[in-house]
Design a protein around this ligand. Structure first.
Ligand SMILES: [Fe+2]
Ligand SMILES: [Fe+2]
Length: 260
């Protein structure tokens, strides 16, 4: 196989159990798999809900190069200034332009310039600008400024993620989905060379509902009343995928699911 550029993408990290777990494990995973660029979704990394500067910094210190977000990026006001300034922590690009922070970043890692873009889906979620239109605009505006492009599509509907991946096939190297916290087994290379998986899964407690204490979520379904989310306690695991790109062409040559 030709020399590859290896990208590790890890699903939504839920709370301080997840950030501590990443701190403990991520560096050795990066080393073992010769990873050039690591992206972790941090939208739920703060205890309680959303993300905080400290929770994003904890993921960065654990070894992530870029942290992506989602519908929970703006839950905590304390993170707004950080989203404006950090340079490595992005929020969905297709939010109204008045939102704090940036929707993509171009990062230098492993000798390549990688554009990492975060997008929100519109199906079964609060509607925002079309992720299709937004992706086109960002790619066009950054022509010649990056070597590879990576897209985190943070969305509920599997069809919307699959459609976006196929729409971008051959124009970006990687499309991965986040938000559901449940990993899918459909990792694949699309016909024009884009690596794709519908959802990476999460970093969180195994005995939980999406990282939250099960009894709280069950209560919510039964009572239909608002509840305060509390992260579950117990054994943690992380899931994601490794995308291997042909260094010359940027086309994906292998996608491998990973859990640790
Ligand atoms: Fe999430
Ligand atoms: Fe989400």
């Amino acid at each position: 196989m030709a020399e590859t550029y290896n990208i590790l993408a890890v699903g939504d990290a839920v709370g301080s159990h997840a950030t501590s777990y990443l701190k403990e494990k991520l560096h050795s995973i990066i080393q073992y798999h010769a990873i050039d660029l690591t992206v972790v979704n941090g939208e739920n990394s703060a205890d309680g809900n959303g993300m905080l500067p400290q929770s994003a910094e904890a993921i960065y210190d654990a070894g992530a190069d870029v942290i992506t977000g989602g519908n929970h990026s703006f839950r905590r006001r304390e993170v707004y200034g950080f989203l404006d300034d950090s340079g490595y922590c992005v929020r969905p690009a297709n939010m109204p332009s008045t939102a704090p922070g940036f929707g993509y970043t171009v990062i230098d890692a492993g000798g390549r310039r990688v554009l990492v873009m975060n997008l929100l889906g519109n199906v079964y979620m609060d509607p925002v600008e079309s992720p299709f239109v937004c992706a086109d605009r960002i790619l066009e505006a950054n022509k010649g400024k990056y070597d590879y492009a990576v897209v985190d599509i943070h969305a509920e509907a599997t069809s919307e993620k699959a459609a976006l991946a196929r729409y971008l096939d051959g124009r970006v190297s990687v499309v991965f989905g986040t938000h559901t916290h449940v990993a899918t087994a459909d990792e694949q290379i699309l016909p024009k060379g884009t690596g794709f998986i519908t959802d990476l899964g999460m970093v969180g407690v195994n005995d939980s509902i999406l990282g939250v204490k099960s009894e709280i979520i069950i209560e919510k379904f039964i009572s239909r009343m608002p509840v305060r989310f509390e992260q579950a306690v117990g054994k943690v695991s992380a899931s994601g995928a490794i995308f291997m790109l042909d260094k010359l062409t940027g086309k994906c040559v292998k996608v491998q699911r990973i859990s640790f």
